[in-house]
Ligand binder design. Sequence first.
Ligand SMILES: Cc1cc2nc3c(=O)[nH]c(=O)nc-3n(C[C@H](O)[C@H](O)[C@H](O)COP(=O)(O)OP(=O)(O)OC[C@H]3O[C@@H](n4cnc5c(N)ncnc54)[C@H](O)[C@@H]3O)c2cc1C
Length: 774
Amino acid sequence: MADPVLPQHARVVVIGGGIIGCSVAYHLAHMGCTDVVLIERDRLTSGTTWHAAGLIVTFGSTSETSTEMRKYTRDLYARLEAETDVATGFKPVGFIEIAADRDRLEEYRRVSAFNRHCGIDVHEISAKQVHDLFPLARTDDILAGFYVENDGRANPVDVTMSLARGARMKGAKIVEGVAVTGVTTKGGAVTGVTTTHGDITAEVVVNCAGMWARQLGAKNGVNIPLQSAEHYYLITDAIPGLSSSCPVLEDPGSHGYFREEVGGLMIGLFEPICAPWKVSGVPEDFSFGEIEPDWERMGPYVETAMKRVPISLDTGVKKFFCGPESFTPDLQPVVGEAPELKNYFVAAGMNSIGILTGGGLGRVLAHWILNGRADVDVTGFHIDRLHRYQSNPEYRRVRTVESLGMVYQCHYPTRSMQTARGAKRSALHDRLAAAGAYFKDVSGWEGADWYAPAGHEAKVETLSWGRQPWFDWWKAEHDAARNDVILMDMSFMAKFWVQGRDAGAVLERISANRVNGPKGTITYTQWLNGGGTLEADLTVTKLDDQHFWVVASDTAHRHVNAWMRRHIGDAHAFVTDVTSSYAQLNVQGPRSRELLASLTSADLSNEAFPFRAAREIDIGFARVFCVRITYLGELGYELYIPAEQAVHVYERIVAAGGPFGLRHAGLKALASLRMEKAYRDYGHDIDNTDSVLEVGLGFAVDLEKPGGFIGRDAVLAKKQTPLRKRLVQILVKDPEPLLFHAEIVHRDGKPVGYVRAASYGHTLGGGSRPTASR
Ligand SMILES: Cc1cc2nc3c(=O)[nH]c(=O)nc-3n(C[C@H](O)[C@H](O)[C@H](O)COP(=O)(O)OP(=O)(O)OC[C@H]3O[C@@H](n4cnc5c(N)ncnc54)[C@H](O)[C@@H]3O)c2cc1C
């Protein structure tokens, strides 16, 4: 074969010719960016794509973005052949999800209501109907099935080839047999790639290198904490009567999915406890590769799965296949511009749904690259949600055992990942544990969710969709915040010093509110992009002209950091991430002032220390940065304490708290308290697609401030047109049902939106109080 010839320059270089790289190249070219080169180390599909089962399923997600990507993907694969003359093998044979226990029935009813709202034609069907559609399956123990007639299967290799052809037809160049050896950079931005066949300069590089993406990213300090894991299916000998038009059947309770494959049955598996593969690094020359199956480990799962289609127990196994697939710590893909390096984009870590979301993901990323921001909510899968410690070999080895297993678990609303825990603990962790805290994973931190009273263990016996045994303890914490005073450890919040002669001007430019006003004042603000939609929702405190304190939620940690750094340019301003240096204790509730006043010599009277004041105060032997602000709607203070003095301050507060009715409170209470008062939570009830006006945050925008701010023109333009969607609050009058997320809201019998975030509201007479959008 002649040596491949590379261009010297391309606007975009895509690394990796699996389904994702080809979809990104296809969509870039279709959006008018034809100066694209895709570089594949070996041959297209040689990584993971060649052996995928090819299920094309739109049912199953309560994320609007994921559901839209699935729908788009299915429709694309259905029409692609007409455009490219290369078949995708897409067959809309139908898809059935089985619920064989009460909890899954509850979950799938919730999911199907949301999916229907998003335009997926899913119906609940009886066991008999499941039997009629898939006669080989055992159905006597089934409570219901969920059927999507237009879903089905495709051939992943054919889809990839068809996308590649579509990309080429529009002018993109696809080169096989060339490996990218590095990404070149200058001044914190990408300048091109080096390859085994020469260098290419480029404005944008997209890392779509599948399970190699982590290793490639690490060369440039880009954090992509994915891990490959063993992933299995088996194919039986031919089974008489099994038709190729038989629908795909999925039964998570039996760990398996089932579809026809050349006259036999393909049984795919998602075992609850899985096995990471090659933690130390994926071999560079692994192509069209297979992993030796571990029969002993997988045997019991295979048997359970086979029992769902009993004839398979008596049929020979033609092939037991194991191939590697990439999994991530939270089962969400790794997508977007790396916070470490400008114009370095990533799309990897597909968690076994790279084929069925690949079309949509390619479209989303191409739009993001060409327009500078995404047109869908990306808060759940943005690469900058992930932290560097998650790339540690031990973290990947331990967490991956759980993440693949989660795919087929019941997705209980209050479940937290259980593996790789204890990685980050606040200075107060042991004290909180002794006080009865039940911890959950909060961006890797052990965050107190609720507290068990003395004599009870802080333990979750059974997860469910109903009221948990700790419901009343949660209420007690909530009530203490409304009536007395609570203490909350929020040390996981992201904290930054922003300092320098131009610090105020930089922050003023990126904040929609006026943040560079009087000294000693905290300001709630949003940061917007040029399109006027939300990049961040946080507080900025001005200490003096050259010292500012920025605090954001844990999930926004790296995004906020990168956003600030990218907007400094040549200005004299310096960002220091001091999240680990300061503990944060929130003392909130009507009696918070009395309690704190008993501990400090500082004057906390309303006159001396008004709402939004920020001062250093003394507590015992400690100096504490105290801010009067609330996220739950009561008189309250946030205390930022040097980590080494946190225990001391905590002890003083707890020792003095008794007479004031002080209670520890956790994140459940924070959720119910803040939602009753409509305080927003970025990534939950607001996201990067919302404008400030749509989500009711216009009050925090200062359109008149001198010099303006990023996004101001877009906000002004938005003001001139009627709003297309709105974030509203609703209160469910019936106190019984619990709402969590993605429930559909009807008005006058018509669906008008879905719940983005919800909580029981203990003050509002017991009704659930979700937030909905339309
Ligand atoms: C058993 C099994 C069954 C599956 N079933 C399904 C299913 O039914 N439905 C579904 O949606 N998904 C399924 N998947 C998952 C799906 O296969 C993956 O999510 C998807 O293929 C990932 O695509 P990718 O493009 O990210 O990675 P890959 O296909 O691995 O592509 C990455 C490419 O990058 C290339 N590359 C790496 N490094 C470099 C470099 N330095 N320079 C140039 N090129 C490089 C590699 O050669 C490779 O071709 C399954 C996976 C497995 C293992």
